[in-house]
Design a protein around this ligand. Sequence first.
Ligand SMILES: Cc1ncc(C[n+]2csc(CCOP(=O)(O)OP(=O)(O)O)c2C)c(N)n1
Length: 560
Amino acid sequence: MTELLTGAQILRRTLVDAGVSVMFGYPGGAIMPFYDALHGGDGLRHILVRHEQAAAHAADGYARAGNRVGVCVATSGPGATNLVTGLATAHMGASPVLAITGQVARPMLGKDAFQETDVVGVTMPVTKHNVLVRDVEDLADEVRDAMAIAMEGRPGPVLVDVPKDVQNQKAEYKEPGAGSREQGKTSDRRYDDAAIQQAARLIAEAKRPLLMIGRGVIVSGAYAELRALAERTGMPVITTLLGISAFPQSHELHLGMPGMHGEVHINKAIQAADLLVGIGMRFDDRVTGNTATFAPRAKIVHVDIDGAAIGRTVRCDVALVGDARGIVQQLLAHVAPRDCVPWRQEIAALMHQREESFAGGLSPEVILSALADVTGGRCTVVSDVGQHQMWVAQRYPFQRPNTHITSGGLGAMGFAVPAAMGVRLARPDEPVWAISGDGGFQMNMAEIATMVQEGVEVKLAIFNNGYLGMVRQWQQFFHGGRYSNTPIWSPDYVKLAGAYGIPGWRVKKATEVTDALREANERPGPTLVELVIEQEANVFPMIVPGGSLSEPLEAAPAQT
Ligand SMILES: Cc1ncc(C[n+]2csc(CCOP(=O)(O)OP(=O)(O)O)c2C)c(N)n1
């Protein structure tokens, strides 16, 4: 006789059979049958976070670091709505997250029942797919389909909403059938040959070509292919914020980050280029500045798995829709060896030393080079949102693939601390550093308790400038220096660490940085380092929002 399981037990079995071993969540009334099914079992570890937003960010970090589905769980109503920022972050960051939410029982649906929120409605614009499961017979296949959708094409978040009575209904558990969607990439596919040849011709003819690569290269694992393409053609490589660590930073062809906080010679190169080959990136406004003046001399070849991204913000001369790895492989067969030495020399001549605004104090440069030294580059850096995020992107010498993780698309403050927990669980063998500002850190610092309770070893660094720094910088530059609600008080972070029972250090001088970071890196368990930096330091260079890449600011503009 086949054994009948409850919906909750089926949900658990489905996840385990799909290879899920860790998930992040928070219980509540409408999801209690599922939590009951988790009790005492093994093979599926549940990390109890302190806020559902953290569960979604942690699942996102896990997904990005592990290139697989990250799972988060919440109850109905407030539990589910607390996931929204995390889902939106995963949506913009192309990260495969599965959210499972409890829902009120079917007879209560639509009756404004206690903790009833139409979460399918609320999350529709921030998920790739979402579904309310009304019949336990469909539950396992809905979860499997959702997981496959999360991974296929441009990855993204999905949500499965399960009414409480469906969790209690009984049904037979059906093993994954032949009918369910296939997971996996399609790198043996053939792409549009004519477009590939046209792209190869443009690459051969261009005098000033540039490769611009984004997170799509990381998602498709196209590191070797990209490197081969760059080395065969001599094209300099620009990595977008989300493309950082898709190409070794120290490689002679690597230039750095473009756009709003890109180095001047990089943006000037874009403006002088006669060909841009964009791969796995979406030409967003932080990259292009004013699109009317962006790369005025360049033909654009755009490779992306998301057809909707092509032609959306900038013109496109050759469109290639598909997996970056497969397309670059195919392109390599048509690209003849060349070098771009005169062009590279031209770019090198545009480089100049920038005056730093750090008058002997603790500079991000000193901090980030010390971190690279003490970790020997063997770590993943998860950054939050703000000035510190830009300093990390500009200065940390990322060498290994997918070792830089940040909320680049949504720009959600509070991301780094919980996301780093997910990264660490996906990468238990290497240090994971969460770098936050004093503002973003205070958004999700409650997760230190999760780290302690669950033994998740995250290293926490706080760049404390006493301000919501990036907003203060904009107020200084564009709002007459009126610092409206950007000074921000912090608790004593060393005492805070003590309250959670973890070691903490406060660093004020450049000479103390290396020792503190080394100790924090080497001590087992979570550790915290507060770095007291100059309060009004600014991120340079800067393109004024909506301005042209040709007009960088390298010092604060005159007050308006
Ligand atoms: C959730 C959220 N709220 C508001 C913002 C707007 N914002 C962008 S950067 C920033 C300041 C960040 O301050 P802090 O965390 O101290 O980092 P810093 O810029 O000083 O390095 C703010 C408020 C945001 N990105 N995310």
